[in-house]
Design a protein around this ligand. Structure first.
Ligand code: SF4
Ligand code: SF4
Length: 169
């Protein structure tokens, strides 16, 4: 996978293609693991050597991924792990993937570096729009820094599912 600094990205919107939920293991913090175990049972999780994960189905997809009318939905939206909320962006304190000048992002006096995983289908490349810079990325940063939990810009906004917002991907 390739990580692209945010200044090369015009905009991002999750199109609920489900690719990320089919391809990657979701790492859980201990409190996230406890919540899932309490609500769904320990068999919906997997323990690695030093990490905890959501269980994957035989086809590799997340146990909580559902499919409805050409759209993929997250059955764990109401307690979605932080790793899923942050996907496909990485908010870092150091320019781990290079291009520091293109990755730097200032938030409330903090100097951060933001990259996107290029395998996400929701990325549109070009000059960053004002909305992407000032609202979407800001929300990713606030989730990364644990200054907010609720998702507005950082999750799929699927019109026909508005009454069932907790199932968005
Ligand atoms: S975050 Fe990206 S890869 Fe994942 S469902 Fe949305 S568009 Fe698809
Ligand atoms: S967003 Fe939901 S369905 Fe997708 S990997 Fe995370 S918990 Fe699973």
């Amino acid at each position: 996978m390739l990580f692209v600094p945010w200044r090369y990205i015009a905009d991002w919107k999750c199109i609920a293609c489900g690719n990320c939920c089919k391809s990657y293991s979701v790492v859980l913090s201990f409190p996230e693991w406890l919540k899932i175990v309490k609500n769904y049972g320990v068999d919906k999780t997997v323990s690695g050597l030093d990490k905890l994960f959501i269980k994957r189905r035989n086809d590799g997809s997340c146990f909580f991924l559902s499919h409805l009318s050409n759209t993929y939905l997250c059955g764990l939206q109401h307690m979605k792990p932080k790793a899923c909320k942050l996907w496909p962006f990485k908010v870092l304190s150091k320019p781990k993937f290079g291009y520091a000048n293109e990755a730097v992002y200032y938030y409330s006096g903090d100097k951060l570096f933001i990259y996107a995983d290029s395998t996400c289908s929701g990325l549109r490349y070009g000059n960053p729009t004002r909305e992407f810079t000032n609202y979407t990325l800001k929300e990713f940063v606030e989730i990364a820094l644990e200054r907010r939990n609720d998702q507005f810009k950082t999750t799929a906004n699927i019109g026909f599912l508005q009454p069932y917002a907790r199932f968005r991907i």
